[in-house]
Design a protein around this ligand. Sequence first.
Ligand SMILES: [Zn+2]
Length: 398
Amino acid sequence: MLVSMPATTQSPPQGDRNPGSQSALRELNRQRVISSLLGSGPLTQAELARQTGLSTATVFNIVKMMLASGSIETQPTTSSGRRALLVRLRNNGAVAVGVDFGRRHLRIVIVTLGFEVVAEQHVELPIGHRAEASLDRASQLLSGMLEEQNIPPAAVLGVGVGIPGPIDRRTGTVVQGAILPEWVGIHLNDLEKPLNFPVVFDNDANLGALAEVTWGTHNTVKNLVFVKIGSGIGAGLILDGHPFSGNFGITGEIGHQTIADNGIPCHCGNRGCLETVASTSAMMALLGTRAPVTTSDIIRNALAGDAATLRVMDDAGAAIGRGLASIANLINPEVIVIGGPLASLGQILLAPITRGLLRHAVPSVGEATRLVMSSLGDRAEALGAASLVLQSPGLLRG
Ligand SMILES: [Zn+2]
């Protein structure tokens, strides 16, 4: 089965005597609408107009035309309390795959062009897992999922991969500082061979940020910071509506911001980093002195009101809030989203982070920055990886 993208399935309307004029313009506008829907996920007509820069009347006409041709579908929704129509690309059989590797897990999602998850799997991986073995595991898992859903390999546009470590875009390799030291030096090519599909990859926090503006409730937000608190701490940035990758891709390394000058050594080579006091690994070390504790134990104990766990959570939150204050002062985001396994703690963690942020940020910035837990939970990074595929024109045209 060959699957082509909606962008190429339909030629511009034929029969126009002057192809350079109306029909060409209409086709150009249609492509802009498709790009927006792939780049941001389903949008209302008003949001589409804002994103594409087209007038609402033009968007209305394109939506009508695309509805008639069957390339999109709409669904009633509410936007700012008003009735609106949510527009999404219709499932044409093509899928994007998102794979998220963590220190102890692997998650795979298969999604349609309309941002619907058709399959999802999550498996535990051993601590210290090596790239080769884990990529083989991912490949097998993905083959099984595709088979189960009757999706032919030709329908897979590409695989997006999230890795918990910094990636140097100049060389396309995972570099020092990764919380998976076994993966340092891994190159994009090393992923493509075992996965057997075109691959795009990025740092997991960057993908979390991308997921928030494509799958989350923030798809019209221009400036967003996604903070992943897990075995490590990292941030992904959306600036002026676009993922920010800096000079060569290593951005948002807030986990390695110095919090305590004479603190304990960090795996990055520095000491007293935020990660050494506020990551789940740090919490496990602090709370596991008598008997080892897991992240699930920490969450359960915090929700049960265990005093020691709440104290550790409060200190960690305040330190994270302080770290976030510098970022908020620098970029003045509308929203900071907290992701990772602790997102289910809600106010227990959000309250001390808010306190830290308000205490250390410029007052007007601190007060205006919305601080929320991710609504995507542990799926954010895998969903963001799938979004990365949908936003990669090279893969889509391939
Ligand atoms: Zn560090």
